[in-house]
Design a protein around this ligand. Structure first.
Ligand code: DGL
Length: 259
C-alpha cells in the first residue's frame, strides 16, 4: 500500500535543505515538511540534554503533522539524540552521520580530516563509529567554530567564511589528509569555498546521497512510497526567515511556527 503522507525533515536551520534537495531530486513524487529550528541555532555547542529536548520537539511536530518518515537532517541532532527519538516515536527515523567509513576505505595517505560541530565530534555515536573503522588510519578532527552561526546570520559570506576555513583546513593539510569528511549539513553549502582552498588530490565527502538512498530503501521496505505526482512542500522556521528564504526556490513559501 502506498502512502502520500509527507516525509518530515528537521535541522537547526538551512543545513538540512541540502538533504531536502537530494530527496526531491531523487523522489519528486514525495511531499515534504521541513522544520528549520533557527531560533535555537546553532545546536553544535549546546548541552546534549538540550539537543535532545529540541530534537524531540521537532520530531513531535512532524509526527503531529502526519509525517510517515522523519529525517534528522542534522549531524549534531543525529549523533546526540537519534537513539532516544527512535525509542520515543513509532515512525521510521533516518539520521545523518559523517561519512567516515567511505573515507577510511578509500584513503591512500591513511589520514582523513573531519570537519564537524563540537557536539558531533564529542558524541558517543561519533566516537564509536570512528573507533570501529579507524584501524591504522589517523582521523584529524576539527570543530567548525562559528561556521553555522555565520551561515545562519549572513548566508554564504565568503569574506567571513574563507579565513575561518583556511584556519581549520590548513593544519589538516599539513597532516597529509586525502579526504575531508563534512560532518555538518550546513557545510554542504561551503563545498565550493572548500574547493578553492583544498588541493586537487583531496576529496570532499558528504553524506546527503547516502541518506537519500537509505530513505528510498526504507520507503520501499515499509511499502509507503508515494503514488501521486501531486506534491506539496512545506517549509517552517522558528526564527527569522531572512536568510533561509534565499536558500529556497522563488515558489517556495516559509511560515513561522512556535514549537
Ligand atoms: N546542520 C547541523 C549539523 O549537521 C548544524 C549544527 C548546528 O546547529 O550547530 O550538525
Amino acid at each position: 500500500m502506498a502512502s502520500n503522507f509527507p516525509i518530515g525533515l528537521f535541522d537547526s536551520g538551512i543545513g538540512g535543505l541540502s538533504i531536502y534537495n537530494e530527496i526531491k531530486n531523487s523522489m519528486p513524487n514525495e511531499s515534504t515538511i521541513y522544520i528549520a529550528d533557527n531560533l535555537n541555532a546553532p545546536y553544535g555547542k549546546k548541552a546534549e540534554s538540550e539537543i535532545i529536548q529540541l530534537s524531540i520537539k521537532n520530531t513531535q511536530k512532524l509526527v503531529d503533522l502526519h509525517c510517515k518518515l522523519i529525517i534528522v537532517a542534522c549531524n549534531t541532532a543525529t549523533t546526540n539524540a537519534i537513539e532516544i527519538l527512535r525509542k520515543k516515536f513509532n515512525v521510521p527515523i533516518v539520521g545523518i552521520e559523517p561519512a567516515i567509513k567511505p573515507a577510511m576505505l578509500e584513503t591512500k595517505s591513511n589520514n582523513i580530516g573531519v570537519l564537524a560541530t563540537e557536539k558531533t565530534l564529542s558524541s558517543n555515536l561519533f566516537l564509536q563509529t570512528s573507533d570501529r573503522f579507524s584501524k591504522g588510519i589517523n582521523i584529524h578532527e576539527q570543530i567548525g567554530f562559528d561556521l553555522v552561526k555565520i551561515i545562519e546570520e549572513n548566508g554564504i559570506n565568503e569574506e567571513l567564511l574563507i579565513p575561518k576555513l583556511r584556519e581549520y583546513i590548513e593544519p589538516m593539510l599539513e597532516k597529509n589528509i586525502d579526504h575531508l569528511v563534512l560532518g555538518c549539513t550546513h557545510y554542504y553549502y561551503l563545498m565550493y569555498l572548500l574547493k578553492k582552498i583544498l588541493p586537487n588530490g583531496v576529496k570532499i565527502l558528504d553524506s546527503s546521497r547516502a541518506v537519500t538512498k537509505r530513505v528510498m530503501n526504507l520507503l520501499k521496505d515499509y511499502n509507503i512510497d508515494s503514488n501521486t505526482s501531486k506534491t506539496k512542500n512545506i517549509f517552517l522556521c522558528t526564527g527569522n526567515d531572512n536568510v533561509i528564504k534565499k536558500f529556497l526556490s522563488s515558489n517556495d513559501k516559509i511560515s513561522k511556527i512556535n514549537l
